[in-house]
Design a protein around this ligand. Structure first.
Ligand SMILES: *Cc1c(COP(=O)(O)O)cnc(C)c1O
Length: 413
């Protein structure tokens, strides 16, 4: 990665700058053509000088020219950079989207007849995969309460092969005790897969905390600009090899143009995450003091659910959190979101522009309660905010304007 001998001593910021820029693809400084970023290397056909050379490449070697479906320098540079950011990873596989990464991993780990345990706060398309794609392949999914290890243990059976964690959950933000769950899974011989999209490896070292495979939607923080989709999975040697071969077998390949956009986003990810985290924390603490708000779900905030685990395990956060309104109706919540000026209405998160979407866990969950224990049954309508790079004061003023509507609709004293 660099000329420094001990790379493990480098901080994440430094790694984010140096990683994935092998001299092989960026040139030697001072020589003609030397550049900072690996070029966009477009190719389906890779040419060989003669038949001997073609035959010599028949073995499936990682990071070696063969044919476009096994990638090229731009994709290898991105995969290498992501590997450098994930302590314990031997390699990273790229997929055309985060959902493709989750599917690619689960279809590598699971076989017909297996049972997958899935956290009840998982991203909805992951749940849909359990009920649809996996079911069609003879794999059953059972859900468990994200914050209750006894619920995980109770859901285990003889056919259980793997567990899918997501911490914090990207809608309701429960932090899971990943080390404890991974240890319990390991004791039963299960494979632990962690969707680490919220924190990214900058905020949570998933493999180092016990996961066997970490998955991330690069569409969110790594892109950072809402204009590109991709996913990845990182793992130690054994799972990395299996994931890579399965991804190739399923024909998963990402374009070098997109890989180049992701590399560009990766270079500024740390700064963006820090800025969004600071702004989100300020907005979350402001929301705590509002009469219209029943609960703020933001583990970075002292006093919020999951904060103790977050402090123990995480090194950083991001701009994504939710809050629950006091009373009201779904229609009134829609009107509140419509009244926001600076928040885009649309799916995804992690971009430079702030977004707001409704959160309705009651219609999704099957293994854990909503409203959460200790919450009033009437307080059910949530809003998820993805805080971007606008000025915090402007976002607070916008939210303040929209929240005043709630005194008409909600149970505001
Ligand atoms: C968005 C998201 C995904 C899927 O990523 P895409 O790139 O949109 O397919 C997976 N997990 C979580 C937690 C997400 O928020």
């Amino acid at each position: 990665m660099s000329k420094f001998s001990d790379e493990t001593e480098l901080g994440m910021g430094t790694r984010g700058v140096l990683a994935g820029r092998p001299g092989e693809w960026t040139g030697t400084p001072g020589h003609p053509g030397a550049v900072v970023n690996p070029a966009v290397w477009r190719a389906s056909t890779h040419l060989y000088p003669d038949m001997d050379a073609l035959r010599a490449h028949a073995a499936n070697q990682d990071g070696k020219f063969y044919y476009g479906r096994r990638g090229g320098p731009t994709q290898w540079a991105l995969a290498e950079a992501l590997t450098q950011l994930e302590p314990g990873a031997a390699g990273t596989v790229l997929y055309p989207s985060g959902v493709a990464a989750i599917a690619g991993v689960l279809l590598t780990v699971l076989r017909p007849g297996d049972v997958l345990l899935m956290t009840d706060n998982a991203y909805e398309p992951s749940r849909v995969m359990g009920r649809g794609l996996l079911r069609d392949f003879g794999i059953d999914t059972r859900w468990f309460d994200p914050t209750d290890i006894a619920s995980f243990e109770a859901a285990c059976c003889e056919r259980t092969r793997a567990v899918l964690l997501e911490s914090p959950g990207s809608l309701t933000l429960e932090v899971q005790d990943v080390p404890a769950l991974a240890a319990a899974a390991k004791a039963r011989g299960l494979v632990t897969v962690l969707d680490n999209t919220w924190a990214s490896p900058l905020g949570f070292a998933g493999l180092a905390h016990g996961a066997d495979i970490t998955v991330m939607s690069l569409t969110k923080h790594v892109s950072g600009h809402s204009d590109c989709m991709m996913g990845c999975a990182s793992a130690g040697e054994d799972w990395y090899r299996k994931l890579r071969l399965r991804a190739q077998g399923m024909g998963n390949v990402v374009s070098p143009d997109d890989a180049s956009l992701m590399l560009r986003g990766l270079r500024t990810m740390k700064l963006r995450l820090e800025a969004e985290t600071g702004s989100a924390l300020a907005i979350a603490s402001w929301l705590v003091g509002r009469a219209e708000v029943a609960r703020v779900l933001c583990p970075m905030l002292p006093g919020s659910p999951g904060h103790e685990l977050w402090l123990r395990d995480f090194t950083g956060g991001c701009g994504l959190f939710s809050f629950v309104l006091k009373g009201g109706t779904s229609e009134a919540r829609d009107a509140l979101i419509d009244a926001l000026d600076l928040f885009g209405i649309g799916y995804s998160w992690g971009g430079f522009e702030s977004l707001a979407t409704p959160v309705d866990p009651a219609s999704i969950r099957t293994a854990s309660p909503w409203p959460l224990p200790g919450m009033d049954a009437a307080d059910r309508f949530g809003v998820r905010l993805s805080i971007g790079l606008e000025d915090t004061a402007d976002l607070i003023a916008d939210l303040g304007r929209a929240l005043t509507l709630w005194s008409v609709h909600g149970d505001v004293a």
